[in-house]
Structure formats: C-alpha cells, structure tokens
Design a protein around this ligand. Structure first.
Ligand code: DON
Length: 563
C-alpha cells in the first residue's frame, strides 16, 4: 500500500534505542511521500508528517495501542514539525475506546500564568497585541507533556521512554527539513533569527535559513526528552527543567513561575455530540470550538445540503451563512472553569432552528486578510482493536512566541494570543473575541481546535481534525460534509477547494483551487470575496470493518502509514 513503512514487526521488549535507531533509518528513507492518501486493513496513522505517522505505526506494530501511538507521534511531531507544535505547547486528545464503546476527551491546553492579567498587554493604556504574540508575555503554561503522560497512564501499554525513543533519535541524529518546515523558517526568519536557540537549530553557519531536504538536529531537546526518562511530569513540571525554564523566563521579563508549572493539570472532559443525518458526531467540549462545528452541522442538517453537487455555488450558498452564524455564536465559548458556556442551549433544537433562520447574508465592511499560518498539527490514529484517537496540538502561530530556552532546545508557545487581549482588538487570526475569553490567572484560552470522531450504528466511521486557527472549524466541517454527504473518499474530500467565513472580518475566503466562476457566484450572493492560495490543513481516516482509508493534506504535507 502507498505511504506505509514496513520493516519487520518489532517485539515490545525489543523497543530499545538501538531498535529505534534502525527504525529511524527506515522512517527517514521513506521521505518524501508521493500520494496524499492510503488504504490499509488493521491500523493507521494520518499526520502532518510522514516520519511521525510512521513512528506511530511502528509503535502499534510493536504491540502498542492507538494511545501509545498518539504519544509517540506527538513527540516526533514536536521535532519534525517544531514550527507547529511540541512540548512547549498543548493540545486536545479525543479518544474512542472500543472495548467500552466510550468516548474520552483530554484537555491539555496551555493555561495563563497565575500572575497574568489583561493589563499585561497594555502600554500607556493602549493594547499592544504584539506582546501576546512574541516574547515572554506571550507564553502560556505548556500542557503537552502532562497531557501525553495522562493519556498514556490511563490507556497506554508502553513506557514513556519507549514511546519517546523515536523523537529522541530524530532530534539527536537528524531529520530532513520538510518543504513545509522550510516555509515556516523562511516566513519567520526575520524574527526567529534574533533568538540564539533558533539560530542554532534552523540556520547554517553563514546565517542562512536551512532549506527543504537539509538535515536539522535538536540535540538539546534530545537530551531533555532523554532526561524525562519515565517521569516526564516530575522532571518537566517540578524538577531541574522547571527551574531552568522559569529562570530563563524571569531573566527575559516573563511572569511564569515554578507554581504555574507545578500546578498545571490536564483535564478529562466529557466529549459532546449531536446526531447528524443518521450519524453521531463527537468532539471536544469548551475550551475547544468543537461545539461550533456541531452547531454548523446541525444547522446544515435541516437543509438540502446534499442536493447540490459538492463544491458547487448552491452548496456554498447553503454553507456560508450557517458557517458565519456558527462563528457569531462562538462568542459564548471560553474556559468552562471561568465562564458558563451555554452549550445545552446552543446545541438545542430550538436554538439550531432559530440560528438557521437568522443566518442571513451580510454585506459591507472592510476586508482584512486572515493570517496565513501553520502553527498547529492534527493527526488521526486507528488501531487493530478499533480504538480511535484524534489529536490536535499547537504552539499557536508558527514557532509560537518566537522564543526558545536555548539550553533546552525548547520552543515556547504564544497561546496567550488566543485570549481576547483587549476588547475589539483582533488576534493573529483576526478573530475579534468576546469578554468571555478575556485573560485571567490560570484560565485556558478559547481554541479553534476541533478533533472529530463520527459514529454510525454504534461503530466509528470517520476521524478528522485540522490546523489553521479558525479555518480548522470551517475545514473540518467541509471535509466531514464531503465524506458523509458527498461520499468522497478521504483523499478527494481533503483535496476539495474550501471556503472560510468567520463572521468578522466581513469576508468569505475562497481557495484559489476553486474555479473562478465559483468565487464570482459567491460574490454575486452579496459577499465580499477574497481568493487565497490555501486555507487550513485537514487530515482524516475513513473507517469500515475491513478497511481504513486515510489522507493527509497536501496544503501542508504529511503522511499516512498503515498495515
Ligand atoms: O487553539 C487555537 O485555536 C490556535 N492556537 C490554533 C492555531 C493554529 O491552528 C495555527 N495555524 N495553523
């Protein structure tokens, strides 16, 4: 099958560093991939990195389950896709556990430092958004390692150090810079080249950014992950690493403390779901925007969404106002520990009918370009027991706060920018957010990350998720519609041209791979249209009893590995 790696089966007991060194040669020799989709029968990983997908598959071939694979894949992504995610960030993990037929949601999103206040981003009484996007005040308390370890302890079967071995090997011995990573380095070179850690990682001796295909290393990160041994939480959140991190932040004017790290806890949350045209769609609850995806789908279910061809103007005429309405209602979403999110009302039949009725076309207003950004990573895993895991993980914008702890090889997130930094001030994704999402000590910022698992007749049929800030919400909705309503296979579903409307700015973004006539038709509907090269990236696995079909998104690159 396409895009799979497949060296002899590894025995669990043989998952030593040496075995993984061999594995890494196999992983890297498979790069780059030629096709965006693949099929298999037993187990599969679809990810934004071919090497990470293969590492996850190898873990399952060695006897690990989908959660084990998710831990290994996440850690590898933090090395190979370090512009998007890593242990300096955080994420969401949605799990379908086949044996119990139950869903679990793990929130390991970053939280605001306990000393954080909205005033932190004001200078002379005026908001300075940049402070939330780069430098020490942009950094929220990382949740990644605490989350991966909580998932592994509850569902995993392998030791943390065994699951960390592929990431350590790649960081220590080198990995090829993908075209996507090269683009991330280029796009941010002006800023990240100011940081000693980034200079060491991604620039050559003459100071030029590394190009696609060059071999990069992060030996300090390899040492850090090796030091975590089988106690990642103790070491990172309370041990020597915590002291190094906090000392460095203090010296640079940050507010993160040892207490922030010691008190960080991931949260198990009950996933939410709705019925959609014979399917049951599950996702993460707040502070995820999964509920917005559900609301858009529920509004669509009441209309003739599948009666016009996929990608046709009639389809977009139905989709765009409902997508826009979903984003308007997103204003009610925030960290549920701080704000009562009216989820039951928002997803009630009454509200869905009303929201559908008021989802009118809007006109007027200036167009603003939404940031083209790549700082998040999604992947889907299915194992041979039928367990399904979807992870979306992030350091927010490309290379997060554009700040490393050089001696740790650690790249820090800028997740504070996902808060409403000041009323009426848009964030990096031009989202003008509500008071519900204001900065408060210990609070988690609202996220667009929306991992999805779809059931039919009591069994999983689809896993999906994406990256790209708010275009995650619109991207996931459209790929789910393409698969469920238009019966496109994953590769075609992901490749379809997409649109995005987040209500403010008053603008419909239309991907340039959609025909010009389609964007002209959308414009004639009364929308301000802006054609953009591409929106966010989505990956997905379609699941049937004897077959798995997976696809990664060519917009960002990646891989599908299965057997
Ligand atoms: O959680 C969020 O909504 C953002 N931090 C996601 C950022 C993102 O997807 C960046 N682009 N790919």
């Amino acid at each position: 099958m396409a895009n799979s790696c497949f060296s002899p089966h590894y025995n669990c007991a043989l998952l030593t560093s040496a075995a993984f060194s061999l594995l890494m040669i196999t992983l890297i020799s498979g790069w780059p991939t030629s096709s965006a989709g693949a099929e298999s029968h037993h187990e599969m990983v679809a990810a934004e990195s071919d090497v990470a997908a293969r590492a996850g598959l190898e873990v399952m071939k060695a006897g690990g389950n989908a959660v084990d694979a998710a831990v290994a894949t996440s850690l590898v992504l933090g090395v190979t896709n370090a512009g998007s995610c890593g242990i300096g960030g955080g994420g969401f993990m949605l799990i379908y556990w086949a044996k119990s037929h139950r869903f679990y949601g793990l929130d390991y999103r970053e939280r605001a430092p306990l000393a954080a206040t909205p005033a932190m981003y004001l200078r002379d009484g005026k908001p300075v958004e940049e402070l939330a996007r780069s430098g020490p005040l942009a950094v929220a308390v990382p949740g990644e390692l605490a989350g991966l370890e909580a998932a592994r302890r509850r569902f995993g079967t392998m030791s943390f150090s065994a699951l960390a071995a592929p990431a350590i090997e790649l960081a220590r011995n080198g990995f090829p810079i993908t075209p996507h990573m090269a683009e991330d380095i280029d796009l941010t070179a002006g800023k990240i080249s100011q940081d000693a850690g980034f200079r060491e990682l991604y620039f050559d001796d003459s100071g030029a950014p590394l190009k696609a295909g060059a071999i990069a290393h992060n030996r300090k990160l390899a040492a850090l992950i090796t030091d975590l041994d089988n106690n990642p939480v103790g070491q990172f959140y309370r041990g020597k690493i915590a002291h190094q991190l906090v000392d460095y932040m203090h010296r640079r004017g940050g507010v993160l403390t040892l207490d922030d790290l010691a008190e960080y806890r991931p949260v198990w949350r009950e996933p939410i779901s709705i019925g959609y045209r014979g399917y049951q769609v599950y996702t993460m609850p707040p502070p995820s925007s999964g509920g917005v995806v559900l609301e858009i789908l529920a509004m669509l279910a009441a209309g003739p969404i599948d009666r016009s061809p996929a990608g046709s103007p009639l389809y977009f005429a139905e989709l765009i106002p409902l997508m826009r309405q979903g984003f308007i209602d997103r204003a009610d979403y925030a960290d549920p520990a701080y704000v009562k999110v009216p989820l039951t009302r928002l997803l009630s039949a009454k509200h869905i009918a009303e929201a559908r009725a008021i989802a009118l076309h809007h006109t007027g207003g200036p167009g603003i370009t939404v940031a083209h950004d790549h700082g998040t990573s999604n992947f889907c895993v299915v194992d041979r027991e039928g367990n399904v895991v979807v992870v979306t993980t992030t350091i927010n914008t490309i290379f997060g706060a554009k700040m490393t702890i050089p001696e740790l090889g650690l790249i820090l997130n800028d997740e504070m920018d996902d808060f409403t930094v000041a009323p009426g001030v848009p964030n990096a994704f031009k989202l003008v957010q509500a008071a519900a999402n204001q900065v408060a000590p210990g609070k988690r910022p609202l996220s667009s990350m929306s991992p999805i698992i779809v059931m039919r007749n009591g069994r999983p049929v689809l896993a999906a998720g994406g990256s790209g800030g708010p275009t995650i919400i619109s991207g996931v909705v459209q790929v789910v519609l393409d698969e469920l309503d238009f019966h496109l296979d994953p590769q075609r579903a992901v490749a379809q041209g997409r649109v995005h409307d987040q209500a403010a700015p008053d603008l419909v973004l239309v991907e340039s791979n959609l025909p010009a006539e389609t964007s002209e038709a959308i414009s004639r509907m009364g929308y301000h249209v802006k054609r953009v090269p591409e929106l966010g990236a989505v990956n997905t696995i379609a699941i049937s009893p004897d077959q798995l079909q997976g696809a990664f998104d060519r917009r960002k690159g990646g891989g599908v590995a299965g057997d």
